[in-house]
Design a protein around this ligand. Structure first.
Ligand code: PLP
Length: 287
């Protein structure tokens, strides 16, 4: 079955989907995006993703291309045409097409692109064995809370990690504290069993999975602190893990070559992963 993309009002074969060379997303990375998981035909945490999208657009003064209701109906049509029941949907909005000039164009029409893909199932051994991370200096701009398509530092960090045989790179700020991963939020579990993740600020993307995990952890009585943690604290932690739309809750079992805990996914990450998967696949995630 051939894939279908949505491009500025049209449903087109994926291989023919294209935008204008003067789209400001292509020229300047002047745009924002969201990735929403689809589980059993439902969009997981759809409202939270759409709220964050609105916020990102607002911070960049990009006009929303359509109402939330219209956006929801296009998302469902993209899922339907691609027969995606389990997978993810990608939405990208840019300031549109205009003659190349750094300043905003006097008038432009927000461009909207959407694609959907079926789930690539995570191997169960990955969940049990966990993944390796590499730490790198955080060389990003001061507004990491905006889900901008400008991702050069993130892709370079991910590539450095992959080249070193690691799954993810954790960015470290000038004070020596972990901010977040290149495409995930970072967590540790202290020796006395408290979950720790950095609080939301301009320094990190406030992950929708992070927010759901915080809610689920609190509701199930797990102790939680939102505060920065250092690389030495992470290396000495009882457990570490990452959260994101596509990684869910995934144990980190090695940081810069230091084995965390006993080198296997720990009980806290395992419990939170189960809580999250039950939530995402169940009634907590209605579209
Ligand atoms: N941090 C960064 C830099 C990201 O790019 C992402 C996801 O792409 C996340 C965190 C996790 O966010 P979410 O849970 O909304 O997928």
């Amino acid at each position: 079955m051939s894939r279908i993309a949505y491009v500025n009002g049209r449903y087109v074969p994926h291989r023919e989907a294209a935008v204008h060379i003067e789209d400001r997303g292509y020229q300047f990375a002047d745009g924002v995006y969201e990735v929403i998981a689809v589980q059993g035909g439902r969009l997981v945490d759809e409202e939270a993703h759409l709220r964050r999208l609105e916020r990102s657009l607002g911070e960049l003064e990009i006009a929303s291309p359509m109402t939330p209701a219209a956006l929801k109906s296009v998302m469902r049509e993209v899922l339907r045409r691609n027969r995606v029941h389990h997978g993810s949907i990608y939405l990208q909005m840019t300031r549109g097409v205009a003659p190349r000039d750094h300043a905003f164009p006097a008038a432009s029409v927000t461009a909207l692109v959407m694609t959907a893909k079926r789930l690539r199932v995570q191997a169960p051994e990955t969940a049990e064995d966990g993944v390796r991370v590499l730490t790198l200096p955080d060389n990003r701009w001061g507004r990491c809370d905006i889900k901008s398509i400008s991702l050069l530092p993130n892709i370079l960090a991910k590539q450095r990690a992959r080249a070193a045989g690691a799954y993810e790179a954790w960015f470290v700020d000038r004070a020596g504290h972990v901010t977040e991963g290149s495409s995930t939020n970072a967590w540790i579990v202290t020796r006395d069993g408290k979950l720790v993740t950095r609080s939301a600020s301009h320094a990190i993307l406030n992950g929708v999975t992070r927010q759901s995990a915080i809610r689920l952890a609190k509701a199930s009585g797990l102790a939680l602190e939102e505060r920065p943690f250092s690389v030495p604290e992470a290396k000495a932690a009882r457990e570490a893990f990452i959260t994101s739309t596509t990684s869910h809750v995934l144990a980190v079992t090695e940081i810069d070559g230091t084995v965390i805990g006993n080198g296997k996914a720990g009980t806290f990450a395992g419990k939170l992963r189960k809580l999250y998967l039950d939530y995402a696949g169940g009634s907590g995630a209605r579209a």
